[in-house]
Design a protein around this ligand. Structure first.
Ligand SMILES: [Zn+2]
Length: 99
């Protein structure tokens, strides 16, 4: 299982996508300097490192959007049963007749 994944969530009648981190504490994406003002660091950083901080990838995706990620493999991952509302069908019919 990948340490990062996208969940498809049905909430209040809408489908939403959620980027989540499943990595355990100590994973590279969960390590952060204890000093919140430090934005860049590497293995040579001399300060204290928090091992179970908030995942930097989650923060990155929330800032950059879905363009920041890509699937590991092509293909269909899930098939979700959906209901079609009358308004959606009516809008489709109107768009087809407008041409
Ligand atoms: Zn992560």
């Amino acid at each position: 299982m990948s340490e990062h994944s996208v969940e498809v969530v049905a909430e209040f009648g809408e489908l939403n996508f959620r980027f989540v981190c499943n990595a355990p504490a100590g994973s590279p994406c969960r390590r952060r300097p204890a000093d919140p003002d430090v934005e860049e660091w590497d293995d040579t950083y001399p300060g204290e490192i928090i091992m179970d901080g908030e995942c930097w990838a989650v923060e990155w995706v929330s800032n950059l959007g879905w363009e920041a990620i890509r699937p590991e493999h092509d293909g269909t991952y899930v098939s979700i049963p959906v209901a079609i509302s009358y308004e959606a069908r009516d809008a489709y019919r109107r768009s087809k007749t407008a041409k």
